[in-house]
Design a protein around this ligand. Structure first.
Ligand SMILES: [Zn+2]
Ligand SMILES: [Zn+2]
Length: 315
């Protein structure tokens, strides 16, 4: 029997009372099971953190001594017990080390997706599908109007000219995916990387996911116009360069509103769009769907009378 209160969302985050742990808590807790290392899922100063090796490594880079009191590292597809709940990490295809969290309790399977994507990405473990009775899914882009274009077609926009490009991207995950896409599909382009992104690239390399060919940023190179450089920078740096001359500006994101004011659109997302969420649901075959992050109302309407949908968050 599905327990309707197996997971409840409180001010600290998504709490599993039977196992006494939180999933991706927003404030430090005693026992945190973390899906991946993005800051909105992995906060510093938890006591015990249960996660994949790459997630722990990235948190140590970013949070240093405050990363956690203790990490309990678990490889993908190897179950462990936490407070009577059997837990298994399954690749989520979102960024390096990102995991779906499968929780089994009294013969019922609850699958928390964390962030995930189905699109190909050479810089992280590809998503794997597991069946579950309850699917707890993120709904960041769960809107029939959101359909991400093909990332290869998007990145090939860089082949239409040789202007230097200032390319904004999140440092963890998106930057490495862009290096990989440009290396594969834009052979004339040369990639420069902001110094803040370099240590994350190093971790990707250590885990066997070499993003591609790039050089650390060099001011002199970027000053030469029309040399075909693509300079990848984190969002803060991107915003501070709004007056940069002789470069075209683009920001790689699934959010349309982040594309405004830029010289061209680059709609590349590490989240599922509407069709990919539906595909995920076909693969997981859940009896119930619970939604979190974003707006679950479109899904609720779409599956009316077919699959009960519970919206956990206030959207
Ligand atoms: Zn994320
Ligand atoms: Zn997220």
């Amino acid at each position: 029997m599905i327990l309707s209160d197996f997971l409840v969302l409180n001010d600290t985050g998504l709490y599993c009372a039977v196992g006494d742990f939180y999933l991706d808590p927003q404030q430090p807790v005693l026992r945190a099971v973390l899906s991946h290392a993005h800051g909105d899922h992995a906060v510093r100063n938890n006591s015990s953190v249960y996660c994949t090796a790459a997630t722990a490594r990235i948190m140590e880079l970013r949070y240093k001594k405050n990363a956690a009191e203790q990490f309990w590292i678990h490889p993908f597809n190897q179950s462990f017990e936490l407070g009577g709940v059997k837990i298994t990490f399954i690749p989520a295809g979102h960024i390096l080390g990102s995991a779906q969290v499968l929780m089994e309790y009294r013969d019922v399977r609850y699958l928390y997706t964390g962030d995930y994507k189905l699109q190909a990405d050479a810089t992280c473990e590809p998503i794997e599908f597991a069946e579950a009775d309850v699917l707890i899914t993120e709904t960041t882009f769960a809107d029939p109007l959101v359909q991400h274009p093909d990332p290869v077609t998007e990145i090939q926009k860089l082949n239409s000219n040789v202007h230097n490009v200032l390319l904004g991207a999140y440092s963890l995950g998106k930057a490495q995916r862009l290096i990989s896409l440009i290396s594969q599909h834009c052979p004339e382009r040369k990639i420069l990387v902001h110094f803040g992104i370099l240590p994350i690239n190093l971790i990707y390399e250590q885990f066997g996911f070499k993003p591609g060919k790039y050089e650390p940023y060099n001011r002199k190179l970027m000053k030469q116009p029309g040399m075909g450089y693509v300079y990848i920078v984190p969002p803060m740096t991107f915003d501070s360069y709004f007056r940069a001359k002789n470069v075209m500006r683009a920001f790689a994101s699934g959010w349309k509103q982040l594309q405004r004011h830029n010289d061209f659109e680059l709609l590349i997302s590490d989240h599922v769009d509407w069709n990919d969420i539906l595909q995920m649901i076909r693969m997981v075959k859940p009896q119930e769907i619970w939604t979190i992050h974003g707006d679950g109302r479109h899904l609720k309407k779409h599956f009316e009378d077919q699959i009960p949908i519970k919206i956990l968050n206030r959207c």
